[in-house]
Ligand binder design. Structure first.
Ligand SMILES: *Cc1c(COP(=O)(O)O)cnc(C)c1O
Length: 388
């Protein structure tokens, strides 16, 4: 396999419309923006950058990140590992799900040569030893719970061992002859750099108490993207805070610092082109919704930038709020926040929705027969929230 995976390329989103007149949603990927963001992380984050594949596993996304220099991929399932390894044979996969089926561990280990795993419970360690035979150059990171800060999703509700129980588990990992690491995730769309500082300090306490050598410190994902009403600090503020906390620790000399960005790396790398199917007063029924690409507008209350496009007519400038309704027959399928669009928006017009590179296609269901699966790449810059 050598031919690179290709999708149709267009100069602008207007060109996509002229060519396809799409009555179906179209993901307009921005490989240049993805490469730019990846380069920024690689140049500025003071350690190893791993991409969290669940955020957007499209091959064009993986390829753009790889082209920019990303070589490490945070994968949570055998399907993700296979996807990465078969398309990017030189890339490294890290199996970062704390709960793994035995067969998946076996295949990851034997077929794909995966040697980084995360756990948050002793029984998962037993499973790893059982299936892989233990130690022998492999790395096991212990995922810990860290102090809660302002983040849109709190992942510690589901995973992580309490800091007071973590030293014992870390010692067991060491005793089983694995290389050791500590990992955490401060929650997705984290709005305070201090969350990472507290996370690192919690990890340092755990490491101190465990009194075994630790080779990896993984600060996870959570780096924020920009949304309409959500302007967190710049990524550099997070990287500076992390660098400072890490540098002050004695780990600096012999420990690899890692991060696992998803959202903060790829959110801006795609826009979604949708079409209005019907207007009723101030309501616009469109062809994508919360069961497909826009689940985060409901689950995370994300407010996405949007603009109306129709190359076939002139659009007025005056705007108003419209309620946006998705295509399924379910009453949940209404976006919680309105879009501010030209007052003459109507059937057949298109709405481009920005910041849809993260958790859009990767979270879409086939509910009710609506499943967006058209991807193109576009040269024009992506649609970002306006400065204000
Ligand atoms: C989802 C996830 C990430 C990415 O999180 P973002 O908030 O999108 O950066 C990183 N690591 C793990 C283990 C995850 O589950």
């Amino acid at each position: 396999m050598s031919a690179k995976f290709q999708i149709p390329n267009f100069a602008t989103v207007e060109d996509v419309i002229e060519e396809l007149k799409p009555g179906y949603p179209v993901y307009c990927l921005r490989p240049a923006e993805l490469r730019r963001q990846a380069s920024y992380f690689l140049d500025t984050f003071p350690g190893r950058v791993m991409y969290a594949v669940k955020c957007n596993p499209h091959l064009t996304v993986l390829q753009a990140l790889y082209d920019a220099g990303i070589r490490h991929f945070d994968t949570a399932s055998l399907a993700e590992i296979a996807l990465v390894r078969e398309h990017l044979p030189q890339a490294d996969c890290y199996f970062m799900h704390p709960v793994k089926p035995r067969a998946a561990i076996m295949t990851a280990h034997k077929v794909y040569g995966v040697d980084h795993y995360v756990i948050d419970h002793e029984k998962e360690l037993d499973k790893l030893i059982d299936v892989t035979g233990g130690g022998d150059g492999k790395v096991v990171l212990v995922r810990i719970v860290t102090p809660v800060h302002d983040a849109q999703y709190q992942l510690s509700d589901k995973f992580g061992i309490a800091a007071e129980d973590a030293p014992g588990l870390l010692r067991k990992v060491h005793d089983a002859h694995f290389q050791t690491g500590v990992a955490f995730h401060v929650g997705s769309q984290c709005r305070t750099p201090q969350a990472f500082v507290d996370g690192i300090n919690t990890a340092l306490d755990v490491i101190e108490a465990a009194a075994v050598p630790v080779h990896y410190l993984d600060v996870g994902g959570g780096f924020p993207a920009l949304y309409e009403d959500d302007r967190p600090p710049a990524l550099s503020a997070y990287f500076d805070a992390i660098e400072q906390a890490f540098d002050q620790s004695r780990l600096r000399r012999d420990c690899v610092l890692m991060c696992e960005p998803g959202r903060g790396l790829v959110a801006s790398g795609c826009t979604l082109l949708t079409q209005i199917q019907l207007r009723k007063d101030d309501k616009l029924y469109i062809n994508d919704g919360v069961y497909q690409s826009l689940s985060e507008t409901l689950m995370g209350k994300m407010k996405l930038p949007a603009r109306l496009i129709n190359p076939g007519r002139s659009i007025v400038e005056e705007c108003q709020d419209f309620t946006i309704l998705g295509p399924t027959c379910d009453n949940l399928d209404i976006l919680p926040a309105p879009f501010y669009l030209p007052v003459d928006a109507d059937e057949g017009d298109w709405i481009e929705i920005g910041q849809t590179g993260a958790y859009s296609n990767s979270a879409a269901t086939r509910f009710n027969g609506f499943f967006p699966e058209t991807f193109v790449s576009v040269d024009a810059p992506p649609l970002l929230p306006q400065e204000r």
